[in-house]
Design a protein around this ligand. Sequence first.
Ligand code: SF4
Length: 542
Amino acid sequence: MDQKMFCYQCEQTAGCAGCTGSAGVCGKTAETSRLQDQLVGAMIGLARAAEGVECPGDGVYRTVIEGLFTTLTNVSFDDDAIRAQIEKTHREKERLLAAPVKREAKAAGMDNSSAEAARDTDDYNLGLLWDLDPDIRSLKSLILFGLKGMAAYAYHALMLGASDETVNQFFLTGLREIAKEGTIESLLPTVLKVGEVNLTCMAMLDAANTGTYGTPAPVSVPLMVEKGPFIVVTGHDLKDLELLLKQTEGKGVNIYTHGEMLPAHAYPELKKYPQLKGNFGTAWQNQQKEFADIPAPILFTTNCLMPPKKSYSDRVFTTEVVAYPGMVHIDDEKDFTPVIEKALELGGYPEDRQFTGINGGTQVMTGFGHGTILSVADQVIDAVKTGAIRHFFLVAGCDGAKPGRNYYTDFVKQTPADSIVLTLACGKYRFNDLDLGTIGGLPRIMDMGQCNDAYGAIKVAVALSEAFGCEVNELPLSFVLSWYEQKAVCILLTLLHLGIKNIRLGPSLPAFLSPNILNFLVENYGIGPVTTPEEDLKALLG
Ligand code: SF4
């Protein structure tokens, strides 16, 4: 390809085709893009070196999980950090190749050197992928982007001490698949396998979150920022939030969640900290506006990080794999003192300040995880049987900057009064401050949590299908999803793996779906783009 860069992994890709100039729409430079591709190529080399190795080891798994997460949209803009990750990946490969005789070599009666000769462990040139036949490129992109999304979830689970050998091994298998010759027939099962393994990964993260922080319970979260020093925490990593809460105890510094951190308020072991006061702001794409003049530091624990504007760049702190050149990075020691000192220096607002959601609401609710919804399953089932609840909509997924996302606000506003809207991920900020009333004591909008809590939505759907003795596709349940980055890709693949049909996807369809692969999804899964709220509601309600 004769372009400065090529990246089409997210929804805002240039011209709905691919970012190819000096920088992507997200602000990622061509050099950062090249390094990210190089990192993926190095991880494929590592995965090849690990083929047939009985125990590649936690170091290999962690390197791959970190590396994939690093290349997710809006995570790392730091070329030095990406170069360091490439070097780390090479070191892991060298360690593997120098290890004592491997299982397959033993079986074949070979020593290490002859086993190596029989296998290509070179880094893969990802440029080859972008130049493939469109259908093969499309399927391999689905595998790669699905793995990237799953890596984010595996990383958060790992931070809580949870790991799964099937998930870890599949990262290596999937990476190897990208470099192999493939046909549509040979690649499709791997695409769906990403979805299957991601279900295991999300279940692992769900168990790690609830095992560590308790079962989420419904809670009303204020959108008021109290006077005095405060810190805004954004991203998905609950462990980072917990560590910050511990380190701010008794310091007179309040903590406010932002974006995907909102559901933290529902976990008993996080909610118990009195300085966790409320939520500030909305979804990631509004950060440059929302952070411009707040008298407080912002800690990014994961994506989505946008290039910080000058107006607040001295107040941005990153941690984990999130990085931006010139911003202070909190390393693995997790000493948040610089963030806390910044909060004390800035001092916060002199008086309490009331903020609102996009629709003017002054509080939002969260905490309707599968534990809560299934605890009132009988009530829900009765409401469906009596006709009090006619339909469930899962209106979920990422928010984003491109026009057309008002669709989701309008859709939710127009859902009939006898329907329930389940939601999760940051797309909910479009409507989570609306008061749509209740049905049988249940709020009509129920926030199930972060994007990874799609696992909870699946659990609820399966439980309902068992209660009604039908397939999930036969339930009065519709999936209306919004996507932006690669975590949405792995969740979509999980839904396809489960055979969920008639998903509405928007605001635009992924550029990496070739016409033939899109046709396959339409014909086999009934997947379709969102149109207008009126038309979609009419079609979904039948
Ligand atoms: Fe473009 Fe998205 Fe890639 Fe950024 S991540 S370069 S916006 S496709």
